[in-house]
Design a protein around this ligand. Structure first.
Ligand code: SF4
Length: 204
């Protein structure tokens, strides 16, 4: 299991994020906000967001402020946590999830851990708290040699799994995985997300 990273620069009740976008159609059911957290140790070849790897302060935001920003766009019917590694900030993401679910949004997360790892005693702190809030989890790191590169797949590499914890979403695993979205964040950072094959874009 990976060692916990040093993130003591994040105050309680805050998150260190790489970015936030609204109304994404390629990161889960319906239109959703996507929160990319900052920090991941895995360095997967072909990672979509290598700028998210460093555990350094990027955008430090209060959970309540982030919830308000997501709720301010009524077209967001849910939120997806991506990264970076969401489970290294599980406590604050669980808080965010609770605030959003109280307002009727659904919650999904990606993770480089497997579900079995997240349920083990060696899981990142507060993993169970975050798991308890999720409607859908997509687990496992991106493995380039197992890449799928298909518009019909909900996952990027064959080792990854879709876990539907809320049965209401069993028939909603239909997001537009054949589309790519390019989001330009306020600081100029570019996030490419979705299926890259049709555009022949490099993930880096
Ligand atoms: S786990 Fe995800 S964010 Fe981390 S390096 Fe791999 S693909 Fe990138």
């Amino acid at each position: 299991m990976l060692q916990p990273p040093v993130q003591d620069f994040i105050p309680p009740g805050h998150l260190n994020i790489m970015g936030l976008v609204h109304e994404s159609a390629v990161n889960g059911p319906g239109r959703r906000a996507v929160v990319w957290v900052q920090g991941c140790q895995r360095e997967c070849g072909g990672c979509f967001n290598p700028q998210s790897w460093d555990f350094v302060p990027n955008q430090i935001v209060a959970v309540e402020s982030l919830a308000a920003a997501i709720l301010a766009n009524p077209r967001n019917e849910g939120v997806t946590f991506s990264g970076g590694e969401p489970f290294w900030q599980a406590k604050a993401l669980a808080e965010l999830a609770r605030l959003l679910k109280a307002k009727g949004l659904n919650v999904m997360s990606f993770t480089g851990f497997t579900l079995a790892e997240l349920r083990s005693p060696a899981a990142p702190p507060h993993s169970q708290e975050l798991l308890a809030e999720l409607d859908i989890l997509i687990d496992g790191p991106y493995v380039q040699s197992l890449a799928i590169n298909s518009p019909d797949s909900l996952v990027s590499s064959r080792n990854q799994r879709v876990h539907v914890f809320n049965p209401a979403f069993s028939n909603r695993l239909d997001w537009a995985s054949d589309q790519a979205e390019i989001h330009i964040l306020k600081d100029g950072t570019r996030i490419v997300t979705g299926f890259l094959g049709t555009l022949n874009l490099s993930p880096n």
